[in-house]
Design a protein around this ligand. Structure first.
Ligand SMILES: [Zn+2]
Length: 325
């Protein structure tokens, strides 16, 4: 759905794809806040210093082949998930295909993705790397020459998998449209990262749950519900985080007051649970646990409906009229 601006921005780079690489210019790194996903599903944010090369104006070596994995509609009414591979050699494209299919299967095994599968187009971008594997895998110091230069131990955090986001976007632009880029790295080591370019280990089933969480942000406009990070106590516009207690929500008929007391698929009931959106106190979430707090958990009811509303925004005439949870 963002085709116009994204392709316009990137087509020039693609057209120049066979030009020699730009000269390496020494540049300062940059510091950015990133989501870190722990084994077991816990999520938090960390300030990470990364090399300038992770978002340099690098040019990709050559356009990549795009394979439609699933096409359900025109891109202006469908969410286009573009999966780009890194660390797969020419002889390992079938491995990459297997990792893509496993990630897609995992995504559509959970609600509301399962019921709204027809809202997605899935594109696989075959990028050939000179070497197999990922830098700093299995241990720190291991170097691999890969197309996107993905690496573990980003910012000194073992499981944080960073990539050259400029190159990832350039490769992804070979797809007809791009709403979310997922870089799958050829590794079985648990890890990944969130953001406009999400990353995950292609050979690690739990890592691909990261995309379920990231699409919560990009489709549902959802807040993170974990409580570690920089707290802003102001009332957020997000549908699943509030500075209001349950009593105040009811009194003001605000936020998810209509859902209070309903069962939540995590096993509890919808309420206002303290600790959300990087705040330990003074900020509330709708359920004890959810995927916006811990990977492997379900979306809670207010978030599920925000996701469904997001699907309707994409395709108001095509979405099935169904409420999940
Ligand atoms: Zn998040």
């Amino acid at each position: 759905m963002r085709r116009a601006c994204l392709v316009a921005a990137l087509s020039g780079a693609l057209a120049l794809g066979s030009a020699p690489a730009a000269p390496v210019v020494a540049a300062a790194g940059f510091t950015t806040s990133m989501e870190v996903f722990e084994p077991g599903g816990t999520i938090h944010r960390a300030m990470v210093t990364r090399p300038a090369g992770d978002r340099a104006a690098a040019r990709i070596a050559r356009p990549a082949q795009v394979i439609p994995i699933e096409t359900n509609g025109p891109s202006d009414t469908t969410f286009d998930l573009v999966v780009v591979g890194d660390g797969y050699t020419a002889g390992e494209m079938s491995t990459f295909s297997g990792h893509v299919r496993a990630a897609v299967d995992a995504l559509f095994s959970v609600e509301p993705y399962k019921s709204y599968r027809k809202q997605f187009n899935i594109w696989q971008v075959d990028v050939v790397s000179p070497q197999s594997g990922i830098t700093n895998d299995p241990t720190q110091g291991v170097q691999r020459n890969t197309a996107l230069g993905s690496y573990f131990w980003c910012g000194g955090i073992e499981r944080l998998l960073c990539t050259d986001e400029t190159k990832a976007n350039q490769y992804a632009a070979a797809a007809p449209d791009v709403d979310q880029v997922l870089v799958l790295a050829n590794s079985t080591k648990y890890g990944g990262a969130g953001g406009g370019v999400a990353t995950a280990s292609g050979g690690n089933g739990q890592s691909t749950q990261i995309v379920e969480h990231e699409l919560g942000h990009s489709i549902g406009g959802l807040a993170d519900e974990y409580d570690y990070g920089d707290c802003d106590p102001a009332e957020p516009t997000k549908p699943n985080a509030s500075a209001l207690t349950a009593d105040r929500m009811r009194a003001r008929q605000a936020k998810w007051y209509r859902y209070l007391g309903r069962p939540s698929p995590d096993g509890g009931t919808v309420g206002a649970y303290q600790g959300s959106r990087y705040c330990r106190t003074g900020m509330y979430r709708p359920s004890q646990n959810s995927i916006m707090r811990t990977l492997g958990q379900p979306f809670n009811p207010p978030s599920t409906d925000a996701m469904i509303a997001g699907f309707y925004r994409e395709a108001p005439n095509r979405a099935p009229h169904r409420q999940v949870g």
